[in-house]
Design a protein around this ligand. Structure first.
Ligand SMILES: Nc1ncnc2c1ncn2[C@@H]1O[C@H](COP(=O)(O)OP(=O)(O)OP(=O)(O)O)[C@@H](O)[C@H]1O
Length: 627
């Protein structure tokens, strides 16, 4: 059940919505799964290495150096204390060279420790930044390869969201892994030092840490499940926050007085998450405090034993400081290693989300041995009994569609809302594959051509075109991104689409930032945005130009002008025009009237008028409206 349905059910029944946590017990991942997630780490290391081999090496070497330093410092301190105790007991002349040597050695070790500590932070930060950028680029590049149909599936957004939100987590993971390497090497040295004195102390230490490990591992899995189960709701929270606080929505929010509704909805969800998260972190804090007390007790038990041994003269004072220091250090390090293991295993689990997203492959594949794209197109596009059904849709968007878009022909698509006009265009641009039937270009299935080459030859301006929060020039230039910086071309396109009438009023001309999201941006009217978007069609030197309701927001004069220019742009080229305005549709060579996804009528304006069918009826209806 979606959260919306949960909220609705709640509103109906007047009780608290069942939380996603309700499913969480079932979804709690197992310890084995957590361990298995560690198998994601080698790929992760490979990514890190590929990001920068030099920085990775520097980090590893510095961490290894820092790993051995605590042991060396403790050991030199032991020698130093023993030397001082020895010198203290001598009554005759003393030779202090050995003492100075030991002090010098300890000082040198501390200097190396300080310097390497700073260097390691610097190199770790640099590697982290590079790695985060690389991660984001990988996600963007991969998302760009996916098909439109995949973007219509909400689970893709969940995966993308998890993968994106955890970019920070992945860089933290890198830090944890490197730190872990350092602590493990410290641990190895300290353990071997401790074992030479008393192996039982080590057993005591390990026993004290095991309960912490088990508890942390359990809470780690709980918290992963909580976050994973809440991803759709987290997206809804982000969405609500966006809707309630952006320029684009502000008008409507005020007019419909939606603020309380949105904030209320946000609060319900956010507090629900807060409560679940609070309970979990409360339990975690309670248990970890309990186990911390246990481990402190273990430390003092060991200390009592060592102090007693020293008091009876079984070992030197230097050894006492060394063993006690090693034990305390080891206890701290083992706790940190355990805690970090939890972070790392959580990071490894989150890595799965990243790899899950990267594993999504596009369904529309480019032919590995594509046919060369026809230059120029000879016969045109042929729809052979084409049917298409959107994912999970109960009805066909189009069905049994058979027609030809001839080379050089101007075709208009008309029909009621939802008749399937835009779907036809999306199929032509191979944004979707037909569910049944096929589309041929010059006698070959569209899939025989390279999808990108096909799209380069098709210039489409959709009715829901993007208002890029970029400069005026870029907004037109993106129509042909390879020529984006060709000022002459951009200017000419702006002139042809009438966007030049907009630029004249912009303080920074072609370099003017459009939209309100960035500093000094200027917002345009709906019609002005449309003229700018139309400019993209002129940027593209495509064989087929498609305009999907290109003039809906234009005033009548602009509309007339746009069509005069469009007619000259598409002279001798193929074009498809989707419009509800019959005055503009009539300029097409042929008109295809769709009804419920099927062809109702097809012919020239004159032929369809003579047929006296639906087209003639609608045309006359609109014409009467103007009389
Ligand atoms: N992404 C989608 N997922 C599911 N169904 C969709 C999607 N896009 C369109 N549809 C459905 O497919 C049918 C055809 O839609 P299409 O956008 O092609 O119609 P249209 O003729 O262009 O409509 P309009 O004149 O309103 O732009 C409609 O019933 C619509 O609800």
């Amino acid at each position: 059940m979606t959260i919306i349905n949960r909220l609705r059910a709640w509103a109906r029944k007047g009780k608290k919505p069942a939380s996603p946590q309700a499913d969480e017990e079932d979804a709690l991942i197992s310890f084995q799964e957590q361990l298995l997630a560690m198998s994601n780490l080698p790929r992760f290391f490979k990514l890190v290495w590929e990001t920068s081999p030099v920085l990775t090496l520097l980090n590893v070497l510095l961490r290894a150096l820092r790993g051995v330093l605590p042991f060396l410092i403790l050991y030199v301190a032991k020698l130093l204390i023993d030397e001082i105790v020895l010198l203290h007991g001598i009554t005759g002349p003393r030779h202090l060279e050995h003492l100075w040597l030991l002090i010098g050695a300890e000082m040198l070790l501390v200097v190396i420790s300080d310097a390497s500590g700073r260097l390691v932070i610097h190199y770790a930060d640099t590697l982290n930044d590079l790695f985060a950028t690389r991660n984001s680029v990988m996600l963007m590049e991969h998302a760009a390869q996916l098909d439109l149909v995949q973007f219509e599936d909400s689970t893709l957004y969940d995966k993308l969201d998890r993968a994106r939100n955890q970019t920070q987590g992945r860089t933290a993971l890198l830090g944890h892994v490197l730190h872990q390497l350092q602590d493990i090497s410290t641990m190895i040295f300290l353990v071997s030092g401790l074992v030479t004195y008393n192996a039982w102390l080590l057993v005591l230490l390990v026993l004290a840490v095991i309960p912490t490990f088990i508890a942390e591992s359990y809470f780690n899995r709980k918290s992963y499940s909580l976050i994973t189960n809440w991803t759709p709701q987290a997206r809804e929270l982000q969405y609500l926050c966006w809707v309630a606080s952006t320029h684009e929505t502000a008008k409507e929010i005020k007019i419909f007085d939606l603020s309380d509704f949105l904030v209320g909805r946000y609060k319900t969800l956010a507090y629900q998450y807060y409560n679940e998260s609070r309970v979990l972190s409360g339990k975690r804090a309670l248990w970890s405090s309990f186990f911390a007390v246990l481990s402190t007790l273990a430390y003092y038990a060991a200390f009592v034993y060592i102090a007693q041994q020293t008091a009876y003269g079984v070992q030197s004072i230097g050894s006492l400081t060394f063993i006690a220091g090693t034990f305390r250090h080891l206890k701290g390090i083992i706790e940190e290693v355990v805690e970090r293991y939890i972070y790392i295993s959580r990071g490894a689990l989150y890595l799965k989300n990243f790899y899950d997203f990267l594993a999504i492959t596009p369904t529309i594949r480019s032919n590995p041995l594509p046919l060369p794209f026809p230059q120029p197109i000879q016969e045109g596009f042929v729809f052979e009994n084409v049917g298409f059904r959107y994912k999970d849709a109960s009805r066909w968007a189009i069905r049994n569609l058979s027609f030809t878009l001839r080379a050089g022909e101007r075709l208009a698509l008309v029909g009621e809302n939802g008749a399937g006009k835009t779907t036809v265009v999306k199929l032509l641009a191979r944004l979707y594959e037909p569910t049944e039937g096929r589309i041929l270009l010059d006698g070959h299935d569209l899939s025989c051509y390279d999808a990108q080459a096909l799209r380069r030859e098709i210039g489409v301006i959709f009715q829901d075109f993007v208002k890029y929060q970029m400069s005026f020039s870029d907004n037109i230039g993106v129509g042909n991104v390879w020529e984006k910086d060709n000022k002459a071309w951009v200017t000419q396109s702006a002139r042809q689409s009438l966007a030049d009438t907009v630029v004249d009023r912009l303080p920074n001309g072609y370099e003017q930032m459009l939209g309100r999201q960035f500093a000094s941006g200027v917002e345009l009217s709906g019609g002005e945005w449309q003229k700018v978007a139309l400019g993209r069609a002129y940027m593209r030197d495509a064989q087929l130009v498609i305009l999907d309701e290109p003039t809906a927001a234009l005033d009548p004069h602009s509309e007339y002008e746009v069509f005069l220019r469009f007619a000259s742009l598409t002279e001798g080229k193929m074009s498809i025009l989707i419009s509800h305005r019959f005055s503009t549709v009539r300029m097409a060579d042929r008109i295809l009237l769709l009804e419920n996804g099927c062809i109702k009528e097809l012919g020239s304006h004159q032929e369809l008028l003579e047929q006296n069918g639906t087209y003639a009826y609608l045309f006359n209806l609109q014409a009467q409206g103007y009389q």
